[in-house]
Design a protein around this ligand. Structure first.
Ligand code: PEP
Ligand code: MN
Length: 358
């Protein structure tokens, strides 16, 4: 897949000096709720108004969206505020209906991206249609599946594209509703620098108080914009109440975000950053050497175990190492999660090496 500047034309056409802001309620509930929210958003940095018309629900019985009758409300939003409007499409029929009402931008939800049959059906329904389509990441952390969705659209002739990172479901997510995978986003930016990358902190956080923090991380990684659920009365929202914020709170968040320059040409900055980078390169080289030495010793241990016919995995020893490294790390200001992740990777590699010699 090749993504060129033309694929991000829709975003460049906004001519923004700040990241794109898509905001609006999780669900369109009533005409008043939609219009009141939109008029308040109009006074903020919001560029595109979102509202779910068809809602995919984890269990039946929840609010499944108002359906087609909500689409004229979005038309009114556009007429009265001048903002573009967007909604989620989950099948070919949704696409046809949304197009009938001239919805400006469509997005494919996380539960739809996981299913190539449905994405293909949506792509076919979009043949010959020149509207931006944004693909949310699938619920499971599979970059190929995510990009596959974009590819299906591109192959069907959709030329205005973008992706939305809304986090990935996982067990033991204490902090997040859907865990962000920043390295996947970094890979995406590296491989497809022209593909607009938007963050949905609402579905990542599942709560209000961490939205700013997660959004700042995204800005520091050069994200192109945000989709943030915003409701005139969040506590009484019919879906995703806990994570929705008011238009005033959205306004505060966009003010508090620190927009970074891509780079600086100041000589002092360049000089300092080059020195720091040299130092990092040296340390990284040392890390590689240390890892090489460590793996060589693992290999010798593997040989020894083979000679004595001893099992490779020694659970007790491994927990001792991990606990002790986490403790040392914490004394040195390194987070538990970080140290655990590194040592787990080292341990897996050690076991692999011991296998090859046993
Ligand atoms: C939504 O945007 O309201 C939504 C249903 O999102 P997701 O597909 O990310 O769960
Ligand atoms: Mn939602």
């Amino acid at each position: 897949m090749k993504i060129t500047k033309e694929h991000r034309q829709w975003l460049d056409d906004f001519g923004l000096s700040h990241p794109l802001v898509i905001a609006g309620p999780c669900s369109a509930e009533t005409e008043e709720q939609v219009l009141q929210t939109a008029h308040l958003l109009k006074e903020t940095d919001c560029n595109v108004f979102r509202a779910g018309i068809w809602k995919p629900r984890t269990r039946p019985g929840g609010f499944e969206g108002v359906g087609e009758k909500g689409l004229p409300w979005l038309q009114r939003v556009r007429e009265e505020t001048g903002m573009k409007v967007t909604t989620e499409v989950g099948n070919a029929e949704h696409v046809e209906t949304a197009l009938k009402y001239g919805i400006d931008i469509l997005w494919i939800g996380a539960r739809t991206t996981v299913n190539p049959f449905v994405v293909q059906e949506i792509a076919e329904a979009l043949k010959g249609v020149d509207k931006p389509v944004l693909v949310k990441n699938p619920v499971n952390p599979d970059l190929a599946l995510w990009l596959g969705g974009v590819e299906r659209l591109q192959t069907a002739g959709v030329s205005q594209l973008g992706v939305i990172h809304r986090g990935f479901s996982a067990y033991n997510t204490l902090h997040y509703r859907n865990k962000p995978k920043w390295h996947i986003a970094i890979e995406l930016k590296k491989e497809f620098p022209n593909l607009p990358l938007i963050l949905d902190p609402s579905h990542i956080c599942g709560r209000r108080d961490t939205i700013l923090d997660v959004s700042q991380t995204a800005l520091d990684l050069n994200y192109d914009g945000f989709m943030i659920e915003t409701h005139i009365d969040p506590d009484n929202a019919w879906s995703d109440a806990k994570q929705q914020i008011t238009p005033a709170q959205l306004d505060q968040i966009t003010r508090d975000l620190k927009i970074r320059q891509k780079s600086s040409s100041k000589e002092a900055f360049q000089h300092k950053i080059n020195l720091f980078r040299k130092e990092l390169d040296l340390l990284d080289g040392q890390l590689i050497n240390l890892l090489k030495d460590r793996m060589r010793i693992s290999e010798q241990i593997g040989v020894l175990k083979r000679e004595e016919n001893v099992a490779i995995l020694q659970s007790g020893r491994w927990s001792t190492i991990l606990d002790s490294m986490i403790e040392q790390g914490e004394k040195n200001g390194l987070s538990k999660e970080f140290v655990a992740e590194i040592f787990k990777a080292i341990h897996v590699e050690s076991i692999k090496i011991q296998h090859t010699v046993s």
